[in-house]
Each structure stands twice: as structure tokens, then as C-alpha cells.
Write a protein that binds this ligand. Structure first.
Ligand SMILES: NC(=O)c1ccc[n+]([C@@H]2O[C@H](COP(=O)([O-])OP(=O)(O)OC[C@H]3O[C@@H](n4cnc5c(N)ncnc54)[C@H](O)[C@@H]3O)[C@@H](O)[C@H]2O)c1
Length: 274
């Protein structure tokens, strides 16, 4: 996809941070946006912001943990805009803390949103785009699944988050292969530190259990990170080039090299005497 003018984008987690940065980039190129977010007030404010930039926008309250709520987003996009061209499968939460302190409740909270939610929204979007292509041959479409650099390296801290993002990478890679014959592109977005509200994820937990600021542990890492508005153009450029992975920070290269060198080293040592 090269031209975003009059394209319709659905963005989960579009009310804040990276999702909002992408929404503004789409709007700056004349695209229209469905802001789907669990925070209805913030979603409405984001949609107003986008509308003031001269494009159409719709706020829909959506919890990616709930089938009916996700269906409602695609139904609303169909009614309001007649279809969709892009999905940004982006809603996510973070909990930090050491591996030994990660409880099953922490694990479920993060995996429910970051992995099950991405699967639920991704499957719905793929079916929607395929059906739309049957009616309107050649319309195509594009899906960007937000993973993280944490989807390639895990060190035990923020365990559930890293596991969820490894899962998003696998899901997104499979989706790219599956949808390519239908003319639907798929990229995996792997941001480095972006200065967003992610450290406030604790507030979205509905178990009522206090997590002692486990998401706040992220603050030192992302404060001073890239501004969310700067990531939008990077993402649109990645879509134009149909990149399998869209990275944001080239200073992560050495970390990736060390990781993949260690994998290759273990392959080279197959059959080595013990
Ligand atoms: N900020 C970073 O440094 C960074 C780095 C790598 C990846 N990411 C990923 O980027 C994505 C966006 O995060 P962000 O950093 O912009 O944080 P953010 O908190 O600013 O935005 C996340 C948005 O998702 C929404 N959300 C949370 N749970 C939801 C649910 N169940 N249903 C629908 N919406 C929900 C929140 O209300 C919020 O508006 C996440 O998947 C995150 O893991 C962020």
C-alpha cells in the first residue's frame, strides 16, 4: 500500500501513545480512523483531535478481551465507512517485576490483552478483509501487529510481557504468509522505547488486585524515549515497503546480533563432543 488518502484504518489502543501517533500520521496523509480503545473518554478525545485535522474519525469503546466488543468495532467501521483498509492491532499492557514474583494472575492479565486480544482482533480483521476482497476485487488491505523488541529477547524481567510479545511475533509472521496470496500485507511492529502511558497499565487491571506499581517499573526505560508522534511516519514508511518487521531504533542492532549469533553458535555445535 502506497497511498493512505481516503483509506480507512482501525486502530486498537488508538486513544494513546503509539496508536495515537499512528492515527495522526494516517490523518496527516488524508486517511480516516476508527479509534478502538477500552478508555472511551480518551478514544473520544483522540477522535476529536483527528477530526480537527480535517479527516473523519469514529471512537468505539472496545475491550480486545471480549468477542462482542471486537465485533462491534468492525460492524461500526462497516456502517460508518463502508469497509476498512488497514488494521493496527496495537492495544497492549505491561507488567514488570522479577520472574519469581510473576503470579498466574499477572500472567493472565498480560496474556489476555497482549496475545489473546491480538489473536481475536487479528482473526476478525483477516476474515473481514478476505470477505471484502471477494466483493471488491483488488482492494487488498494491510495489517500491522504491534509486538516489541521484547518479542525477540527475554531476560526474566517483565516475563509475561516478553512471552506475550514473542507470541505476537509468531502470530504475525504466520499471518503474513497466510494473507499474502490474498493481496493483504502484514508487518510486525517492533518498537524500542517510546514515551507513552504504558507504565500506567496497572489501572486497566480488573481483578481488583493491586500490583504495587509493577507497570511503573517501565518508566525509567521509556521516559525520554521516542515521542509517539515520531513513530507514525516510520510505520507508514514500513507499510509502503511491505517490510516484514518495522523497527524504530537502530541502536538495538548489536543486541539482536548477539542473540542470533548465540542461536547460530548452538547450531554450529550440534554433534560437538560433550
Ligand atoms: N511504549 C513503548 O516503549 C513500547 C515499546 C514496544 C512495544 N509497545 C507496545 O505498543 C502498544 C501500544 O502501547 P503504548 O506504549 O502506546 O501504551 P499506551 O498505554 O499509551 O497505549 C495503549 C492503549 O491501549 C489501550 N488498551 C489497553 N488495554 C486494552 C484493551 N483490553 N482493549 C482495548 N484497548 C486497550 C489503552 O487504553 C491505551 O489507550 C502495546 O502493544 C505495547 O506493548 C510499546
Amino acid at each position: 500500500m502506497q497511498d493512505f488518502r481516503d483509506k480507512i484504518a482501525v486502530i486498537t489502543g488508538g486513544a494513546s501513545g503509539i496508536g495515537l501517533g499512528i492515527a495522526r500520521a494516517i490523518a496527516s496523509e488524508g486517511g480516516h480512523v476508527v479509534v478502538a480503545d477500552i478508555d472511551e473518554t480518551a478514544a473520544k478525545a483522540a477522535a476529536d483531535d483527528l477530526t480537527s485535522r480535517g479527516v473523519r474519525s469514529l471512537a468505539v469503546r472496545c475491550d480486545v478481551r471480549d468477542d462482542a466488543s471486537v465485533d462491534a468495532v468492525f460492524d461500526a467501521a462497516k456502517v460508518e465507512f463502508g469497509g476498512i483498509d488497514l488494521l493496527f492491532n496495537n492495544a497492549g499492557v505491561y507488567l514488570g517485576g522479577e520472574m519469581k514474583d510473576c503470579t498466574l494472575d499477572d500472567w493472565r492479565f498480560v496474556l489476555d490483552v497482549n496475545l489473546d486480544g491480538v489473536f481475536r482482533v487479528g482473526q476478525r480483521a483477516a476474515a473481514f478483509l478476505r470477505a471484502q476482497n471477494e466483493r471488491e476485487a483488488g482492494r487488498g488491505g494491510y495489517i500491522v501487529n504491534t509486538a516489541s523488541i521484547g518479542g525477540f529477547m527475554s531476560h526474566g524481567g517483565g516475563l509475561a510481557y516478553a512471552v506475550s510479545k514473542y507470541g505476537v511475533v509468531a502470530y504475525s509472521e504466520a499471518m503474513r504468509v497466510d494473507l499474502e496470496p490474498d493481496g493483504i500485507g502484514v508487518s510486525t511492529l517492533c518498537p524500542g522505547p517510546i514515551d507513552t502511558n504504558l507504565p500506567a497499565s496497572d489501572r486497566l487491571r480488573n481483578s481488583g488486585e493491586t500490583t504495587g506499581g509493577m507497570s511503573e517499573a517501565l518508566s525509567p526505560f521509556i521516559r525520554g524515549g521516542m515521542a509517539p508522534d515520531d513513530i507514525g511516519p516510520i510505520v507508514l514508511s514500513g507499510i509502503r515497503r511491505n517490510l516484514p518487521y518495522i523497527f524504530t531504533h537502530d541502536d538495538m542492532r548489536e543486541l539482536f546480533k548477539a542473540r542470533f549469533d548465540s542461536v547460530l553458535d548452538c547450531i554450529d555445535r550440534i554433534g560437538e563432543p560433550a
